[in-house]
Design a protein around this ligand. Structure first.
Ligand code: ATP
Length: 283
């Protein structure tokens, strides 16, 4: 039997860092939403007690550094499963892009392995296991749109943004999330208007939502990689309704209400940037 799971990417509508905690993590406040750009994972039982990861993407590790491997191992240990699993990752989400590809694969693996072995775990249980793997995994288990607080694992579900297009462009550079967070400074930080963004979501007010997008990590990443700013300004000039860098970058996205405009932005970026996507928001 082979079973399949989709692992959608997320974007940050807001990302705020409130303070550094005694345990070394940053206390964050982020509005996150899933988009229709997804990896596809398949799961098959193995007789031998192993977790085998297969992927054609050369940037994706196939050993225990892979978050899908960690998720499968954790769930197997916790529920004392002696059979193994082969996981194939068909990667569509760009790697190390600020789109939580690895975390979403981990979440899809928790769902997939739970189904494969008939564990019937609730979403809360999967979220709790996910938090042991990474701060973004619980959100990826839940999907949709949410306010994430704590180190990102405490979730309040919210209405998804009004239907629109999301154009994404990733410059050909790698950004280390750890490195970006290590450069966070709290003086002069321009915090995003998270409350206003939440009320825009509740009122399904697309225009206000676009004006409230904000990410405190953006100036840090752009100071190291000016190409991120170039993409941002190109998106703004070609008519993006709201433009922001997602996560620690380097992917920049634009929310766009009209399809023709999304096409225009997509086409203007394609000659400039190798990885460009135009997708729908997931509801
Ligand atoms: P984060 O913001 O959590 O660092 P990201 O979206 O910026 O995530 P990912 O695509 O998750 O980036 O990849 C970050 C690193 O994690 C990669 O460099 C890769 O080596 C490693 N990794 C582990 N598992 C996976 C996976 N399943 N898919 C992609 N990368 C993975």
């Amino acid at each position: 039997m082979v079973i399949y799971e989709k692992a959608p990417a997320k974007i940050n509508l807001t990302l705020d860092v409130l303070h550094k905690r005694n345990d070394g993590y940053h206390e964050v406040e982020m509005l996150m939403t899933t988009i229709d750009l997804a990896d596809r994972l398949s799961f098959e039982k193995l007789d031998s007690n192993q977790v085998v990861i297969a992927s054609e993407n050369r940037f994706v590790p196939n050993d225990r550094r892979n978050l899908a491997y960690q998720a499968a191992t954790l769930i197997k240990e916790r529920y004392n499963i002696k059979e193994g699993v082969r996981i194939h990752l068909d990667k569509k989400i760009p790697v190390a892009a600020g789109l939580a590809g690895g975390s979403s694969d981990a979440a899809a693996t928790l769902r997939g392995v739970s189904r494969l072995f008939g564990l019937q775990l609730s979403q809360e249980e999967l979220q709790e296991i996910g938090a042991e793997i990474g701060s973004d995994v619980p959100f990826c288990v839940m999907g949709g749109t949410a306010l994430a607080t704590g180190r990102g694992e405490k979730l309040t579900p919210l209405p998804s943004p009004p239907p629109c297009w999301v154009v994404l462009a990733k410059p050909n550079i790698g950004v280390s999330t750890k490195d970006v967070y290590s450069k966070v400074q709290f003086d002069d930080m321009r915090h995003p208007a998270t409350k206003a963004a939440i009320s825009a979501l509740k009122q399904q007010d697309f225009k206000t939502l676009c004006t409230t997008l904000g990410n405190v990590l953006e100036p840090i990443t752009t100071s190291m990689h000016p190409e991120v700013l170039q993409i941002k300004s190109r998106m703004e000039k070609t008519g993006g309704d709201g433009v922001l860098m997602s996560g620690s970058g380097p992917t920049v996205f634009s929310l766009v209400a009209k399809e023709e405009k999304a096409d225009r932005i997509y086409n203007s970026l394609r000659g400039f940037c190798s990885e460009v996507y135009a997708v729908r928001m997931l509801r």
